[in-house]
Design a protein. Structure first.
Length: 569
């Protein structure tokens, strides 16, 4: 009996052990699975997520969740040597920056120099550093340092106006955040192992400062504050802003290949502006535009002034040198011409060149703002209408497509526009060509059919209108008009007019809708268009919204037949 009891007890104990081992194995497998899921969840966490999970006091300072390295050690050492850096840097800035300020000096000032210059007691703070890979593999090391400086410098500018007034202007409360790029090129086999250092301001994130006349208020002198402020900002952007590079030779040699070089050309048509802010007490503003990619005097373009007009039509053409289409931008400033006094800024706008496709015309309306650094502006300062065409040097232009219809390659007109531009590279030598530019004059017949309009604004007592259309070719001032259609806000004309156009690339078609009245005329709206699209496509039919009115569209059909004429200038 005891024998069978022992066997039964052994079987029971054995079964229990097997069950226990199986359960323990299952628990360990579940723990491993949960741990794997936890580790995978941690791998997906961002730095912000980890700060929510780990208390601040337990968050290790050495943990870095980005490729950018911290520079606390550098900032600590810089604080120690800052008084000596200040003395050396102040003298270096005075000798190097004064010629730059003179180069960017506005017309309202006769001289602009430093009377005092110290950088103060607060050293810059470097918040991070990146080591960039040299994609071109040209043999060099590139560093990017992010810097923040809320300084207390003692900077006094001694300025003299054209009227002979001398003013000591203090620059104070400087706040600057930016990304500096240092390039050590080329690498050589002798100490210090690189031939030159290039430095550039890769990105200007923030630049703020205040101007104050010592013993007075700078705002009491109209235009001076804005002129000085824009001079300082333009001097920074034009002299050290990427792609501009300042080169410091370490070992004697020719380092001209490190300088920024033209990579393409931007062709620009300044068409018009609308709804500009009126800056004059009597009459209307007299607007003109200043355009540039780099704010160097020789590269800045100025339009003509349109007197007493808040909806000016310029219809002017300019071209600009592009050195880095991926980072540069076009800037436009619209001013009110005040005659002998300093012009007053109406508004400004920017357009990034990276948003342009090579060989494609871009038609844009840019909203004007007060400050490009802020960009947010609730006040309506108006809009500017531009046509832009960027093409790089040394590229197969046959690969480009029609800017308005991708199913078509470039027309002969558009190819002609890109024939031997100023500063372009010769396809064989790769060197810039001579400063001879081939202009293209496109002459031909523009056939315009005014089909109709819809939802025109009512101007009569009965809620109707008697509309007709006036068609004007801007350059030749040729003017024709349709018949009057009575008592309707949705007229149908179906009338065709032919215009002989002598220079279509530089002309405009203006369509003005009027209400016919025995006792006068009311303008119901207008639409202005360049001939670029119809030249490239040959024939278009479309509807366009009317400007300077609360509603209304006009339907037109345009057809073009032309022969390009080349002229070397």
């Amino acid at each position: 009996m005891s024998f069978f009891s022992g066997i039964l007890l052994g079987i029971v104990v054995g079964v229990l052990l097997i069950v226990a081992l199986a359960r323990a194995g299952s628990v360990r497998a579940k723990c491993r699975s949960d741990l794997a899921m936890t580790i995978a969840a941690f791998a997906r966490m961002t730095a912000q997520d980890s700060r929510k999970v780990i208390p601040k006091e337990f968050y290790p300072s050495w943990v870095v969740f980005t490729q950018q390295q911290k520079l606390n050690w550098l900032n600590h050492q810089l604080e120690k040597i800052w008084p000596y850096v200040d003395a050396a840097a102040s003298e270096l800035i005075r000798s190097n920056v004064e010629p730059i300020l003179e180069q960017f000096r506005p017309a309202i000032l006769s001289s602009l120099k430093f009377s005092k210059l110290t950088l103060g007691t607060v050293s810059p703070n470097f918040t991070g550093i990146d080591v960039l890979e040299d994609e071109a593999d040209t043999g060099g090391i590139t560093l990017e340092l992010e810097m923040q400086w809320d300084g207390n410098p003692n900077i006094v500018l001694d300025i003299k106006t054209k009227l002979g007034v001398s003013l000591p202007v203090q620059v104070k409360d400087i706040a600057f955040t930016g990304l500096f790029r240092l390039m050590f090129k080329p690498l050589v086999d002798e100490f210090p192992c690189f031939g030159a250092v290039c430095y550039s301001l890769r990105k200007k994130k923030n630049l703020d400062f205040k101007l104050r006349i010592i013993g007075g208020d700078i705002s009491s002198i109209p235009g001076v504050s804005f002129a000085i402020e824009e001079t300082l900002r333009d001097a920074i952007e034009g002299s050290i802003m990427w792609p501009v590079r300042q080169i410091v030779p370490i070992i004697a040699g020719d380092y001209s290949d490190l300088e920024a070089k033209p990579v393409g050309t931007l062709e620009l048509k300044l068409v018009q502006a609308k709804e500009l802010t009126n800056k004059d007490i009597i009459g209307k503003s007299d607007p003109y535009a200043v355009l540039f990619i780099r704010p160097l005097k020789e590269r800045m373009k100025t339009s003509k002034t349109i007197n007493n007009q808040l909806n000016p039509i310029w219809n002017e053409h300019f071209d600009f040198i592009v050195e880095d289409a991926s980072t540069q931008h076009l800037t436009i400033r619209v001013f009110d011409d005040e005659g002998v006094q300093a012009s007053e800024l109406i508004g400004c706008a920017q357009f990034a060149l990276k948003d342009l496709e090579p060989g494609k015309v871009k038609d844009v309306w840019l909203k004007l703002v007060k400050d490009l650094d802020i960009q947010r502006d609730n006040k309506n300062r108006g809009q500017v209408h531009l046509e832009l065409l960027y093409y790089p040097f040394g590229t197969d232009k046959n690969l480009y497509t029609n800017p308005f219809d991708p199913d078509y390659t470039l027309t002969s007109v558009e190819k002609a526009l890109q024939t031997a531009p100023y500063g372009s590279e010769d396809s064989d030598s790769g060197k810039p060509s001579s400063p001879q530019k081939r202009d293209v004059i496109v002459r031909g017949v523009l056939s315009v059919t005014v089909i109709g309009a819809e939802e025109l604004p009512s101007v009569d007592f009965m809620g109707k209108a008697d509309p007709y259309v006036v068609l004007v070719m801007k350059k030749s001032e040729t003017k024709v008009k349709t018949r009057v259609v009575h008592d309707t806000l949705n007229p149908v004309w179906n009338q065709t007019f032919d215009f002989l156009v002598e220079d279509a690339l530089h002309d405009l078609l203006i369509l003005e809708v009027w209400d016919h009245d025995t006792f006068g005329k009311d303008k119901l709206g207008r639409f202005l268009m360049t001939l670029t699209r119809v030249i490239l496509e040959g024939e278009i039919q479309d509807s366009f919204p009317l400007e300077a009115t609360k509603s209304g569209r006009i339907y037109v059909h345009l057809k073009w037949a032309a022969q390009p004429i080349f002229r070397d200038t």
